[in-house]
Ligand binder design. Structure first.
Ligand SMILES: NC(=O)c1ccc[n+]([C@@H]2O[C@H](COP(=O)([O-])OP(=O)(O)OC[C@H]3O[C@@H](n4cnc5c(N)ncnc54)[C@H](O)[C@@H]3O)[C@@H](O)[C@H]2O)c1
Length: 261
């Protein structure tokens, strides 16, 4: 029996742009969306690793376009749109995964630290959305998923070295921006949502993963940190037709570490 519901997740013929696609959650998301049929534009400042992910997708029989993009540079985001449209004619999905971590204590933060962090995590998310909105608005269709952070955005947690106030604020800002953008773009048939991961085993935590396990796992009901694929699966849901009526939400994927409505 062919199940109709499976078709809701079919991304064949769709184009997805994933920023931060070279590593961690962005890489896992790119692979997952390709597995479900999407052509994937892999936008990352690290072009060598983006090319490696493109090769993985081609080996699966999919199509991929790696692009060197610094999300803090508006001109790069404009070039990303041009290249994506030249190659695939349309863009249906944007997933903003590019991000950097900060570890400094709030009292030691310098203006330059804050500017650098906010430029990637917050302004970069806005610039990439702005780059694709005209195209999506014209087509009256699109799915945008931003990546927040489940603990950082809500709890008074410190990152692993006791700092990270600017990172935490940037992720709360991304989640707030997501709601405002969803409000503005609803009239154009564009869904805008966020996924807020709990601590996830990625290269972002390459030097701190063992410490992260010892600190966080005891307070995670499901008893483990997230794998990148746990996050990618929820992104897949949000960009699929199964989530057509989900709008302006942040879905927390944290193993139950924080449970609130
Ligand atoms: N790993 C976690 O525990 C965790 C938890 C919550 C949220 N997040 C968020 O998930 C997202 C992905 O993180 P990850 O853990 O996969 O990290 P990661 O370090 O593995 O990947 C981040 C990617 O972003 C790219 N990038 C950094 N600056 C960029 C720029 N200016 N322009 C374009 N690309 C840039 C990097 O090259 C890298 O490929 C981030 O936004 C992060 O804040 C991660």
């Amino acid at each position: 029996m062919e199940r109709e519901v499976f078709k809701l997740f079919d991304l064949s013929g769709k184009t997805a742009v994933v920023t931060g696609a070279a590593s961690g959650i962005g890489r896992a998301t790119s692979l997952r969306l390709a597995e479900f049929g999407a052509n994937v534009v892999l936008a990352d400042i690290n072009i060598n690793d983006a090319e490696r992910v493109a090769e993985e997708i081609r080996n699966m029989g999919g199509e991929a376009l790696p692009l060197k993009v610094d999300v803090t540079r508006v001109e790069d985001t404009k070039r990303m749109v041009e290249n994506a449209l030249n190659k695939f004619n349309k863009v249906d999905i944007l997933v903003n995964c590019a991000g950097i971590l900060s570890m400094k204590s709030a009292t030691d933060l310098r203006e330059g630290d804050i500017d650098k962090l906010m430029a990637v995590n917050f302004k970069g998310t806005i610039f990439c959305c702005q780059a694709f909105i005209p195209h999506m608005r014209e087509r009256k269709s699109g799915k945008i998923v931003n990546i927040g952070s489940s603990l950082s955005s809500r709890a008074s947690v410190c990152n692993l070295t006791g700092g990270g106030a600017d990172y935490n604020a940037s992720k709360a800002a991304v989640q707030s921006f997501t709601r405002s953008l969803a409000w503005e773009l609803s009239a154009y048939g564009i869904n805008v949502n966020a996924v807020a991961p709990g601590v996830t085993v990625t290269p972002m935590h390459k030097d701190t993963i063992e410490v992260a396990k010892s600190i966080f796992v005891p307070s995670i009901p499901l008893g483990r940190l997230a794998e990148p694929e746990d996050i990618a699966n929820v992104v897949l849901f949000l960009v699929s037709d199964a989530a057509s009526y989900v709008q302006g939400q942040t879905i927390h994927v944290n193993g139950g570490q924080i449970m609130v409505d």
